[in-house]
Every structure is written in C-alpha cells, then in structure tokens.
Design a protein around this ligand. Structure first.
Ligand SMILES: [Zn+2]
Length: 248
C-alpha cells in the first residue's frame, strides 16, 4: 500500500530533512542501553561509535554526496567511504520509510541481512555501521514532520503569524529518554515496518496539534509528541537489535 502524503526522503530539502544529530544519538543510546548486557557486549567497542557516528551515516552521506559538505570532527570524510551502508546494491538510497512498502521492505532486508551476516562472521564494525543506518532509518521514519511532504506541512496552517520552519521547529530536539529493559525481539522485517508505518500514521493525525504548538511557542506540548516518537523509535530499534544480536 502506498501512502501518498509520506515524504520521499530523496526529495527533501537539506538540512531540515531529519531529526538533528543529538536526537539520533539519544534514540540509539537508549535502544542499546535497554538490551541485555550479553547482547550489548557482542557489539564491544563498536557500541560507542554506533551511537556517536554510525547512526548519522544517512545524513552525512547526503551532505557529502549532494553538497560536498564534510562535517568537522570524527567520522567519514567522503560519500564513497560510506556508500556501501547507505545505498542498496540497486542504487537506491536507504534513509527512512518512503510510503512505498515494497521499496521500504527492500531497504530493511538490505540492512537486516547485512547486520546478521557481519555478526555471524565476527565483523563487528561492519555490523555496527549497518546498525547505525538501521537506527537512522527507524528514527527518521518516526520523525513527526516526515509524515507529510514539506509543502503539505506548510499548508496545514497557511498563514503563520511569524516566519517559521515548521519542519525543524518540530523535530530539532528530543527530551531525555530511557527505555525500560525489555525482552521484545522481532526478527520479521514486516513487524518492524508495521510499527514504523503505524507510528507515522499517528504522527500524521497529530500534526495539526503540533503545528499549533509551534505557533504558540508551546515547547512542553511539542515535547509530548517528540518524546513519544523518540521512545517508540528506540523501542523498535531495540527489538530489532535484540533479535539480531541473539542470532549465532
Ligand atoms: Zn536523516
């Protein structure tokens, strides 16, 4: 099923196309910290760069590939360096759900099979890099303004009382989040996709309320939606990682 209003990430303007850097790290860290210690240990020293660097790969790939922009600090220096993690073998980008379920299933299969294969062969750094892209995929799919196109978002309330970028106003930050330890584990890609689509539909329903909160400068009201999205993203990621890390 195709949801017309969903954003195709490739069409999004940069840099307001995503959760900011810190929310991606928060989601990834919360997911990893909720896993049993034996699962976390399997990532070893790669858990830290997974949180700090790898979960940003899809944004960094686009920045470098399209705009030639290389961030300062640690991490990749060229798009070519991380292309293998962010672009499927058929040449399509992996970033977040697109609304085209078949396309999204291919992206998820790409990530899950590579994480599993890398873990099986003890290539932990490879597994962690693909897991970083998986984290980004889930988080961006649940980012509230991604439920509609940028144009559609600006049409929800056509005459703003002050100049505002709705997209980045809604998703620039995320309250502190921690997950309860959970034994949930889903190995079926459709289970992951179902949850992403469900949360995106919920964001779509609540977007008018979020836009009103932006116009009212009501950060407390916005934080309720941000926290819900971030928590659910971390829970979905934790369930996927729990299943992958349990496989031998
Ligand atoms: Zn992104």
């Amino acid at each position: 099923m195709r949801f017309a209003p969903f954003v195709l990430l490739a069409a999004l303007p940069w840099p307001s196309a995503a959760w900011d850097t810190v929310p991606h790290r928060q989601v990834t860290r919360a997911a990893l910290e909720s896993l049993p210690s034996c699962s976390r240990e399997r990532l070893g020293t790669e858990a830290a760069p997974l949180v700090e660097i790898y979960c940003l790969y899809p944004d960094r790939y686009l920045e470098m590939d399209r705009y030639g922009f290389v961030r300062g600090g640690p991490g990749p220096r060229s798009a070519r360096e991380i292309r293998a993690y962010c672009v499927r073998p058929d040449g399509e980008l992996v970033h977040g759900i697109s609304g085209d379920r078949a396309y999204d299933r291919k992206s998820l299969d790409f990530l899950l099979t590579r994480i599993a294969a890398a873990l099986r062969s003890n290539h932990t750094a490879e597994a962690a890099k693909y897991a970083g892209v998986l984290s980004h995929f889930i988080s961006d799919s649940l980012s509230p303004p991604h439920a509609v196109s940028a144009d559609e978002l600006n049409r929800i309330l056509p005459e703003p009382p002050f100049p505002v970028n709705l997209h980045s106003s809604i998703e620039r930050s995320l309250p502190a989040l921690t997950l309860r330890p959970s034994t949930a584990a889903w190995s079926n890609p459709d289970t992951i996709l179902d949850q992403c689509y469900f949360e995106a539909a919920r964001n779509l329903k609540d977007l008018p309320a979020m836009v009103k909160a932006v116009y009212a400068h009501d950060e407390a009201a916005l934080d309720i939606y941000r926290l819900r999205a971030g928590t659910r993203a971390a829970e979905i990621l934790a369930g996927a990682m729990a299943s992958l890390l349990a496989q031998r």
